[in-house]
Design a protein around this ligand. Structure first.
Ligand SMILES: [Zn+2]
Length: 503
């Protein structure tokens, strides 16, 4: 092993251990911790975060990383080691400009923010969350300015954290293309919507039975319960300690069957990405999935492209009907497929259909951009939010819980994350177009055999962890860059077929 690289190992071990503790505390807060706990537990999180900061912001580590970036040292590193150095350097560069005291205070703020948001959401009271959100926005503005390079705009700095190379300029073009295809398509779809009756979805579905079916469903999809667990939280998410301990959550509603089912398929898609990272990368800074866009591509590939197709449900719909005989015996598969794909403007992003979904993202992108360009204040968020929903989707939230408070992201300080969902959908559609060319994709689904599909994803994407970025992964798989045309074509073809629209 390269001698300089060897000297990195103790820093990696310690920062890994601290990160593990922080991840577990955050998992606990979302799933089990009592509401009042965080007010106090957040102090421990502050201390651990402070320790993590000191471990990484070490002058000796800086010297080692600088030396390892030199050509002479690089030539004696394996591909895996190069990736580790690159990822560690990225974390170092992101953290270096931040004052240690601010980092600690911000970590404590974020530790508390989630329960404040949850309580505000339960009461549907934005004012209760606003002071915390203001503080978080101020910290993020300050950090982004400190991290900006060569006149970079602060919001571009935030976007780049989640998807390397994605700027407002690129996103404007990307979203422009999607908007010009989706808006007219949605108009045509809306005109025909009366012919789809999905009232079955809102019958009464016992939570215990949903839970049981969804465990089966996650396993069917490929979630490995020997290295993964499922719990419940307000907002479903995936987290992991390493590729042998991956955790997902879900949320079940008695009067909405789809909600639980598709969130489980989605999170299990994230989980399989993490589980399939090569063991060579386990416990290293390159041991998690690549960008957020790539991560969302995997969850959304399973949730939408596979999970909302008739071929996927053909072998297993009977089991769902057996689980809920009273609710579903009069609902044939064809009606269920139409129901789970029905496109109609709605208020809640996570419940949105594939066609209106990107509009929910565009709204958030535009709002965050205005917020970070000082064009609006935190207090104005509910008003701006409601107006945009009216403009883009023709619906208006009647309260903050179904409006500006619906997403968990801002309480976690994740500004600039939302576009990853749309980028993920676009990547997923592109991968799907390619996979259909190289394998009998639909046959595999109809046979209930997801193994070759999963194996393809493992081989071309998952195993690399974050040692390759989106561009490299797509290039390696199909020799192409990300191209939003595939997404537009996919949506157009799918909805034209489902709704029997004229071209
Ligand atoms: Zn996701």
């Amino acid at each position: 092993m390269n001698k300089t690289y060897e000297q990195l190992l103790p820093y990696m071990e310690k920062s890994y251990a601290l990160n593990t503790a922080l991840t577990l505390l955050s998992w606990d807060e979302e799933t089990l911790a009592p509401r009042e706990g965080m007010e106090f537990t957040s102090k421990a999180i502050g201390t651990l975060s402070n320790e993590l900061f000191s471990t990484l912001m070490n002058p000796e580590l800086k010297k080692l990383l600088k030396k390892l970036s030199e050509e002479k040292e690089q030539s004696s590193l394996s591909e895996c080691e190069k990736a580790v150095v690159k990822n560690l350097k990225k974390s170092f560069d992101e953290l270096e400009p931040i004052p240690q005291k601010d980092y600690r205070l911000y970590s404590e703020l974020i530790a508390k923010a989630s329960s404040i948001w949850a309580s505000a959401k339960a009461k549907s009271c934005f004012e209760e969350f606003a002071p915390t959100l203001k503080e978080s926005v101020e910290y993020n503005k300050k950090f982004a300015k400190l991290r900006a390079k060569d006149g970079q705009e602060p919001y571009d700095v935030l976007l780049n954290t989640y998807e390397e190379g994605f700027t407002m300029e690129k996103l404007d073009e990307f979203f422009g293309k999607i908007k010009s295809a989706v808006v007219p398509l949605l108009q045509k779809v809306k005109a025909k919507n009366d012919c789809i009756d999905k009232s079955y979805n809102f019958r009464h579905y016992e939570i215990d039975r949903q839970r049981e079916f969804c465990r089966y469903l996650a396993g069917y999809e490929g979630f490995d319960f020997n290295r993964g667990v499922m719990a419940e939280s307000e907002h479903p998410f995936t987290t992991n300690l390493h590729n042998h301990d991956v955790r997902i959550t879900s949320h079940f509603y008695e009067n909405n069957l789809e909600s639980g089912i598709f969130s489980v398929i989605h999170e299990a898609g994230h989980a399989m990405y993490e589980m399939n990272v090569s063991d060579e990368l386990t416990l290293t800074p390159a041991g998690g999935g690549s960008s957020m866009g790539m991560h969302e591509s995997q969850s959304r590939f399973f949730e939408n492209i596979i999970g909302r197709s008739a071929d996927f449900w053909l072998p297993i719909y009977g089991r769902l009907q057996e689980t809920f005989p009273e609710q579903l015996s009069d609902v044939p598969l064809s009606r269920f497929i139409q129901g789970i794909n029905k496109a109609e403007p709605s208020l809640i992003r996570t419940e949105a259909d594939e066609l209106t979904y990107p509009l929910h993202i565009i709204i958030r992108y535009e709002i965050e951009r205005m917020l970070f360009h000082d064009e609006i204040t935190v207090d104005e968020l509910p008003r701006v939010w409601n107006q945009k929903y009216k403009d883009y989707l023709g619906v208006e939230p009647s309260n903050d819980a179904e409006g500006v408070l619906q997403d968990v992201h801002w309480s976690g300080g994740s500004f600039g994350y939302f576009p990853s969902y749309a980028i993920g959908s676009a990547i997923a559609a592109q991968i799907y177009a390619y996979m259909k060319k190289v394998m009998p994709f639909d046959d595999y689904l109809r046979e209930g055999n997801l193994t070759p599909i999963r194996e393809f994803l493992r081989l071309h994407i998952h195993q690399y962890g974050s040692s390759k970025n989106t561009t490299k992964l797509l290039q390696g798989m199909m020799n192409e860059d990300l191209n939003a045309d595939y997404y537009v074509d996919y949506l157009t073809e799918k909805y034209t077929r489902l709704y029997g629209l004229e071209n």
